[in-house]
Design a protein around this ligand. Structure first.
Ligand code: NAP
Length: 267
């Protein structure tokens, strides 16, 4: 049996779809708060796809202990099930000072409470783990940049978006599909992010273009936006260890917009 944690989140949903043909137990936050020990009736899964996490980056600055309880303690609890585990980690474990892609051999140096909690979570996953670092996740459900831009684009003629952070926006469906290939690799850390890279402002322009919205993007700096948590200025991830390569972010964007249109038609 495969277990998905955080099954209500954007990646958790994509994993639940991707592994639907396998014997699967998908637990949302309401089913299992991973900060607590696993429910005894769960038994021992064959594989844990651990998508539950504290993902509120700015909120973690105010409550680093809360973030650690989920991202470190929750991961230890998931690993305590005794099965091999896929732990999803983040580009925010890096400080963003490089100007060429971060490889698995680059040393992490997280600048935020969220990044630190995710890095400690990597260790808490234990030895029988694939650490899958990805970046800038988006998909048709949940809280993500694409959905935020679509909402703002429908309301406004212009939106202000930061233009001094560069990364690879990754479609959760592509990451879920690649997870099948990751579990054929030896345990270890792998960088799995979309092909191509953009700034948030460039990504916003592509979203408006693909969605057929005329919204203008005003390019601002991270300093102007003034968010509480520091973010890496550059966090493109690439693999030197033969991790699966993903399609370009624009393909993921098109798939996401198509899925959103389909869901809107069904309503
Ligand atoms: N989002 C990104 O840009 C990004 C980038 C790189 C890596 N990642 C990593 O990828 C993974 C999936 O992220 P995502 O984007 O899918 O995040 P998400 O949409 O916020 O999903 C996370 C899920 O975990 C659940 N959760 C939170 N606390 C929990 C707890 N104590 N017990 C059980 N479930 C809990 C949340 O439920 P509630 O909403 O009910 O709290 C939510 O359904 C995470 O490990 C994240 O760190 C994300």
């Amino acid at each position: 049996m495969y277990l998905v944690t955080g099954a209500g989140g954007q990646l958790g949903r994509a994993l639940t779809e991707e592994f639907a043909g396998d014997e699967l137990v998908a637990l949302s936050h309401a089913d299992w708060d991973v900060a607590l020990p696993p429910p005894p009736e769960l038994g021992r899964p064959d594989l844990v796809l651990h998508a539950a996490a504290w993902t509120n980056v700015d909120g973690a600055e105010d409550d680093p202990q809360g973030a650690s309880a989920v991202n470190v303690g929750g991961t230890a609890n998931a690993a305590s099930l005794g099965a091999p585990i896929v732990y999803y980690s983040t580009d925010y474990v890096f400080d963003g000072t490089k100007r060429e892609p971060y490889l698995e051999s680059d040393g992490p140096s997280p600048q935020s409470a969220y990044g630190r909690s995710k890095l400690h979570g990597e260790a808490a996953a234990g030895a029988n783990a694939w650490i899958v670092r990805s970046s800038w996740l988006f998909g048709p459900t949940g809280n993500n940049f694409v959905r935020t831009m679509l909402r703002l684009g429908a309301e406004r003629d212009e939106v202000s978006v930061v233009d001094d952070q560069r990364g690879s926006p990754t479609f959760v469906g592509h990451l879920a599909a690649a997870t099948r290939q990751v579990i054929d690799l030896p345990f270890g850390t792998y960088h799995v992010a979309a092909d191509g890279d953009v700034t948030w402002a460039e990504f916003a322009e592509a979203i408006f273009e693909e969605a057929g919205l005329g919204t203008r993007v005003r390019r601002i700096t991270t300093e102007e936006l003034g968010r509480p948590a520091p973010r890496p200025a550059y966090s493109v991830l690439r693999s030197e260890k033969g991790a699966p390569t993903l399609p370009h972010w624009r393909e993921g964007l098109r798939e996401t917009l198509a899925a959103i249109r389909k869901a809107d038609r069904a309503e």
